[in-house]
Design a protein around this ligand. Structure first.
Ligand code: COA
Ligand code: AMP
Length: 631
């Protein structure tokens, strides 16, 4: 930007004049009315990007390409080994389907600013529903299909949607997940009731429609009048994505229209080195931020072809699936979670399946979502003979905080590090006294305000919670809740979370939320949930419970009941499969459970026995249980 090339020059150019950098990037977006200012520090909680600018995100992602004569270009390739189907949707098809669904939603009272919950498996209609909301200026909130009814209910209660877009079922290997009972239960539990539910009837499992509320999604689209794009202000919300917070109540991460469109479109060239017509595949789920940003919005904003994959890295049908998709669709850049590569590596350690496919079009593999072990990087580099880039991400930012930048020329990677800060982010490592620590020393990773475009301006309806959760720990900085260090050459190493979040197979989960469920069991006196190391999933949750006096059930019986409760209240995605009964939990003399110390033991990290500990013997007892649970 601003004449700079290469990572160092571009980062320096951004640092010299951040506003000029982002003003230039904003030139990539078709504005209905250009922004009055690039950034206004006086607006919102810490300032707002592109105030006074008007645009429509769907127009930029879809209509604009059709108007430019690219209607015949594939926009979405849906590849579903779960059903054996592959469908290519051109930009012109996509425009028609999105405009119709927008019309169907508008007929049901969805207008600018109204919320719509999308609870969908990985089918094209999930992306179409997101874009239809964007078209109307409505605010979508996608809920991952692996969450249970109670979690869905919390999100319905908080977002207060006018409508829900869903499907009759999701498909998991070996089982059909019926969505209708989950939707009905969630609406039953929520004090807020949406007035319309649009359901995609999948042939694998049709469902009954509730009269007066439900409609068949495809019928509704066929009957609808296509709706034009509604112009919104850059600072108007595009979506809410709920993510695990430190308490059971999820945080509604808010994304605006203008900053999001600018940063995401720009990132496709700068971070991934792809442009219009290239095939980009983020093997994630639309329920997660990676799915929002890199299955749907960014590739379409850049005019790419995006692959929407309904399957798993292994078992659908085998560990060669990812490579088959790359060959068949000519994928240029693949983005997935390290856990997916570990799963493939476990089943196909020598790359026998990989070698069956022609991967000459694949230029790079990007990994994110959890800390990536160096082995996974070196294994994939060794077999692919392509750059493998680890980049550090959060739902809150919407695009990468650190990485390596294909569009700027890659610098050498260092396995175990998430790369260097993206232009736009001033990343620092702070100590408890809010001072920057020397290079190479571990501390709290923080980002100097303002955050770049696309990062959350606040939480939905919760400015105070936003300040408290992210801005209060280090005044003037956004606290990432990750600990790590920056080395002498500027590489950032993300080591662990500083809160109760664990990362299970790339899925972000709160141990606090699981503790709330365990504590509700009538036989449990107290409990702690910690993430223990797992060679496949990175971390898995382990429940430690102390039983009430006089309980005679066995550990196995209690364990089964607790596992069922977590599955029922949070969902199968929590992967809560193990609970151990312990006599006592380690505590301070004032009675606080030493969760941070338990986490360190579970991570296999060095720890000091806290001076405030009540009885150090208990730490040894529980430590043995944790070590025994590591895989
Ligand atoms: N709807 C319903 N249930 C779901 C679901 C969905 N969308 N996604 C996952 N689940 C269920 C699974 O069926 C499984 O249930 P089970 O306990 O009955 O077996 C449970 O949730 C845990 O799922 P998962 O964590 O996916 O584990 P797995 O053992 O099925 O598969 C991997 C392991 C590594 C193959 C898988 O975790 C994976 O593909 N990970 C990649 C994650 C990813 O892309 N993350 C996005 C961040 S970039
Ligand atoms: P999510 O919001 O689900 O994307 O999860 C964000 C969290 O995942 C971060 O705060 C980190 O703890 C972790 N994470 C994501 N990407 C990486 C990475 N490349 N390296 C280390 N940790 C990561």
């Amino acid at each position: 930007m601003t004449g700079a090339t290469g990572y160092d020059a571009t980062h320096a150019a951004w640092r010299r004049d951040p506003q000029a950098f982002w003003a230039e990037a904003a030139g990539g977006i078709a504005w209905d009315k250009p922004p009055e200012r690039t950034f206004d520090p006086a607006l919102g909680v810490y300032g707002r990007w592109f105030p006074g600018g008007w645009l429509n995100t769907c127009h930029n992602a879809v209509d604009r390409h059709v108007a430019a004569g690219h209607g015949a270009r594939p926009a979405i390739i849906w590849d579903s080994p779960m059903t054996g189907q592959v469908e290519t949707i051109t930009y012109a098809d996509l425009l028609d389907r999105v405009a119709r669904l927008a019309g169907a939603l508008a007929e049901r009272g969805v207008t600018k600013g109204e919320r719509v919950i999308i609870y969908m498996p990985m089918v094209p209609e999930a992306a179409i529903a997101m874009l239809a909301c964007a078209r109307l200026g409505a605010v979508h909130s996608v809920v991952f299909g692996g969450f249970a009814a109670a979690e869905l209910a919390t999100r319905i209660a908080d977002a207060k949607p006018r409508a829900i877009v869903t499907a009759s079922c999701g498909l998991e290997p070996g089982r059909i997940v019926k969505y209708k009972p989950l939707i009905d239960a969630a609406i039953g539990l929520s004090p807020h009731k949406p007035t319309a539910v649009l359901i995609l009837q999948r042939p694998e499992c049709l469902c009954e429609l509730t009269p007066g509320r439900d409609a068949d999604l495809l019928d509704a689209m066929a009957a609808a009048t296509p709706h034009p794009c509604v112009s919104v202000e850059a600072t108007d919300p595009l979506y809410i994505l709920y993510t695990s917070g430190t308490t059971g109540a999820p945080k509604g991460i808010l994304r605006d229209n203008g900053g999001h469109a600018v940063a995401l479109r720009h990132s496709m060239a700068m971070v991934y080195g792809v442009g219009a017509g290239d095939v980009f595949w983020a093997a994630s789920d639309v329920g997660w931020v990676v799915g929002h940003s890199y299955i749907v919005y960014a590739p379409l904003l850049a005019g790419c072809t995006t692959v929407l994959f309904e399957g798993k890295p292994v078992g659908t049908p085998d560990a060669g699936t990812f490579w088959r998709v790359c060959e068949q669709h000519g994928v240029k850049v693949l983005f997935t979670a390290p856990t997916a590569i570990r799963a493939i590596k476990k089943e196909d350690p020598d790359g026998t399946l990989l070698k069956r496919y022609d991967l000459s079009k694949l230029d790079a593999l990007f990994l994110a979502g959890e800390r990536c072990d160096p082995d996974t990087i070196t294994w994939s580099e060794g077999l692919l003979h392509k750059p493998v880039v680890d980049h550090w991400w959060q739902t809150e930012t919407g695009w990468t905080i650190t990485g390596n930048f294909r569009g700027l020329g890659l610098f050498p990677t260092r396995p175990g590090s998430g790369g260097k800060p993206a232009p736009g982010y001033d990343v620092v490592v702070l100590d408890e006294a809010h001072q920057e620590v020397p290079q190479g020393q571990i501390g709290s990773l923080a980002i100097r305000l303002p955050l770049p475009p696309s990062a959350l301006p606040t939480l939905f309806n919760a400015d105070d919670r936003f300040r408290e959760a992210y801005l209060s720990a280090f005044p003037g900085f956004y606290s990432t809740a990750d600990a790590g260090m920056i080395d002498a050459e500027g590489y950032v190493w993300v080591m662990s979370r500083t809160d109760d979040i664990i990362n299970v197979a790339g899925h972000r989960l709160s141990t606090g939320a699981m503790e709330e469920v365990l504590a509700a069991h009538p036989d449990v006196a107290e409990c702690a949930v910690v993430g223990v190391r797992d060679t496949l999933k990175g971390q898995v949750p382990l429940g430690l419970v102390v039983l009430k006096h006089g309980v005679t059930k066995t550990e196995a019986e209690i364990g089964r009941e607790l596992i069922a409760m977590v599955r029922d209240r949070i969902g199968p995605v929590a992967a809560f499969k193990e609970a151990r009964v312990v006599a006592r939990l380690p505590k301070t003399r004032s009675g606080k459970i030493l969760r941070a110390t338990l986490r360190k033991i579970a991570d296999g990290d060095d720890y000091v026995v806290p001076p405030t500990i009540d009885d150090p013997m208990i730490l040894d007892e529980v430590g043995e249980v944790l070590k025994g649970a590591m895989r």
